[in-house]
Design a protein around this ligand. Structure first.
Ligand SMILES: [Zn+2]
Length: 603
């Protein structure tokens, strides 16, 4: 018997959504071994208290039950013993997200953070995991997909897997079910994608495009020494979007129609969304999974870990995810500029950018970004989107100031060399120090304004240095995401000063924007629109109705607040010019054009 911690997981009852998890510890702390379940999962910065899903837990030594005392919300202590302890837990799993654990009669999925207890003081011990098959007949034909190293298991099969330590054990999500699998090599490193459930997709094309994408990323920062495999785990339901990064894999969710069918050609906007998501999570295998903030080395999975650097890890990743699609030749430059225009649009529609800086947004991720309420558009700014624009501004600023000698690519390579390859982690002031050092000038003023200030970024001026023109216009519909020039001659709808969304089939004022007509009219978030000017106001007719009035006209608005029918008057105004699109300046000089080509092609 080895000294490894031996874990077993078995989907015990698909109908009741219960896993049974066992853990045997050969040499427990003789004073009474403490066990813990994480309160949060790396990559998703919110306290989730996974221990709340433990339905039953007991301990045995030598086949006899021993006392297990609960210490706090997520820790237990076994009675003192010198013998091996086996812990047996039943865990409820019905969170079908990339950060949860789920089990039903169609599949099983889990993150280790949700189901595996750690052995306090022995987190560095190797972990073996025996993945067992469910008994139910509906699970016949299910296969196992995980990036965890196989010990005696065949590929995509049940059996024993192994991880170097607890942190690695919980860094390999596992999907078990009917899988469509595609495999490809990138620079000799085996890669795979496993898609869950019923799908009919052009797998050869997806593999080809992912290979092109991963190759471009590997070209950029080089393959990490221990990157000997990589797996994309994908769930594609009717609707949904999201991902979670890991060192050797990622879990992705995208809408089914984001994936190409056989016979389809060209990159649709939907497929571009999927490729952007895959690109984002793949870049994370460097930026956050290996190169990380010092406070994450190691992760404290009990409490919140505060850093002002989330913008570096999510914002810069959001900048490169789309840029790499262009650099890899998967999308043309116009398509990339459209995506950048959409990101700019999201930022300038967030009034909260005048209230919160990205440094504050990073620090308060736990309570603000991850716990957004209806006031979020007025109060906070996303460190993803504004972080991406800071990255773009900084990249172009470095390029123009150095005459093309220096770029954000160089900064990232330098950060990777310093902190990505070791265990130290990036100190809070590290990123700015590297920029200043490489640029040979103090960039403190830029960073104070961009990171710690709430003013506008000089992005328009920076885009001009690469011959890209910046335009603002009014939104043409409730769902206009920006990025494209206005098409057609239709009038633009007047502005309510609210974000309207459809909830339960009803047109709802999901957010009321500070200083806008809805706020002046006394509308609250959650109010449900009924009628405007005597005619029903619905998701289907909303844009058309808002085109039919004159600006400044006082209109009767009827709405429900809870079950109270209420009436107010609202004065609609012209929509603000808060929708951005970018275009290429055809008259730019040769040096400018060369700078743009360098930006969109170099690595
Ligand atoms: Zn991310």
């Amino acid at each position: 018997m080895t000294n490894a911690h031996h874990y077993t997981i078995r989907p015990k009852d698909l109908g009741a959504h219960l896993y049974e998890v066992q853990l045997t510890v050969a040499a427990p702390d003789p004073k009474g071994q403490v066990f813990a379940i994480p309160a949060w999962i790396p990559g998703s910065y919110m306290i989730r208290d996974y221990a709340k899903h433990v339905v039953a837990i007991r301990a045995e030594a030598d086949g006899r039950s021993i006392e297990l005392h609960k210490l706090d919300k997520s820790r237990w202590q076994a009675a003192p013993t010198e013998r091996a302890i086996t812990l047996v837990a039943e865990i409820y799993a019905h969170d079908d997200s990339v950060r949860g654990a789920h089990l039903d009669n169609t599949h099983a999925y889990f993150n280790g953070a949700c189901v595996f207890v750690s052995v306090e003081g022995q987190e560095d011990v190797e972990c073996e995991l025996d993945i067992q098959a469910p008994q139910e007949s509906c699970a016949k034909g299910w296969r196992v997909a995980t990036s965890m190293r196989r010990q005696d298991a065949e590929a995509y099969a049940y059996g024993t897997y192994v991880a170097a330590d607890y942190a690695e054990l919980i860094d390999h999500p596992v999907e078990i079910g009917e899988l469509a699998v595609g495999e490809f090599d990138v620079r000799g490193i085996p890669h795979a994608i496993a898609i869950r459930g019923r799908t009919r997709v052009d797998m050869a094309r997806i593999c080809h495009d992912l290979q092109t994408l991963c190759e471009q990323h590997l070209e950029f920062l080089g393959a990490p020494e221990n990157l000997d495999r990589y797996l994309f785990l994908l769930h594609a339901p009717a609707k949904g979007y999201g991902g979670l990064e890991h060192r050797w894999s990622s879990s992705l969710v995208c809408a089914r129609d984001n994936l190409p069918q056989r016979g389809e050609e060209g990159i649709s906007d939907e497929y571009r969304t999927f490729l952007g998501l895959a690109s984002h999570e793949y870049f994370h295998l460097w930026n956050i999974k290996r190169l990380k903030p010092a406070v994450f080395t190691p992760y404290d999975l009990v409490d919140e870990s505060y850093t002002q650097l989330m913008w570096v890890f999510e914002g810069i990743t959001s900048y490169y995810d789309d840029l790499v699609l262009a650099r890899a030749g998967l999308i043309p430059e116009e398509s990339y500029l459209e995506l950048l225009g959409q990101t700019i649009t999201r930022v300038i529609r967030s009034g909260g950018r005048h209230r919160q800086s990205v440094a504050e947004s990073s620090f308060d991720a736990w309570t603000k970004f991850y716990k957004q309420d209806a006031n979020a558009p007025n109060a906070i700014i996303s460190y993803y989107t504004k972080g991406a624009l800071i990255a773009a501004t900084l990249d172009l600023k470095l390029r123009v100031a150095s005459d093309g000698e220096l770029s954000l690519d160089d900064v990232m390579r330098s950060c990777w060399d310093r902190w990505g390859k070791g265990e130290a982690g990036m100190p809070e002031e590290g990123f700015e120090a590297v920029c200043t050092e490489l640029a040979g000038e103090n960039l403190g003023g830029f960073f104070d304004a961009a990171l710690r200030g709430t003013g506008e970024l000089p992005l328009q001026a920076m885009l001009a240095t690469v011959g890209v023109d910046y335009h603002l216009r009014q939104a043409t519909s409730r769902t206009d995401k920006g990025g494209k020039k206005k098409s057609g001659k239709r009038l633009t709808p007047l502005w309510t000063g609210a974000n309207l969304s459809v909830a339960g089939g009803k047109l709802t004022f999901s957010s009321v924007l500070n200083g806008g007509p809805a706020e002046h009219a006394g509308i609250s978030p959650g109010d449900v629109a009924v009628a405007l000017d005597g005619v029903a106001l619905t998701a289907a007719n909303c844009d058309q109705r808002l085109r039919s009035f004159r600006r400044g006209e006082k209109l009767e608005l009827v709405f429900f607040r809870g079950d109270d029918l209420m009436t107010t008057s609202i004065t609609l105004v012209d929509a603000p010019e808060n929708t951005c699109y970018l275009s290429i300046d055809d008259e730019a000089d040769l040096a400018t054009v060369a700078r743009r080509e360098d930006w969109l092609s170099s690595a």
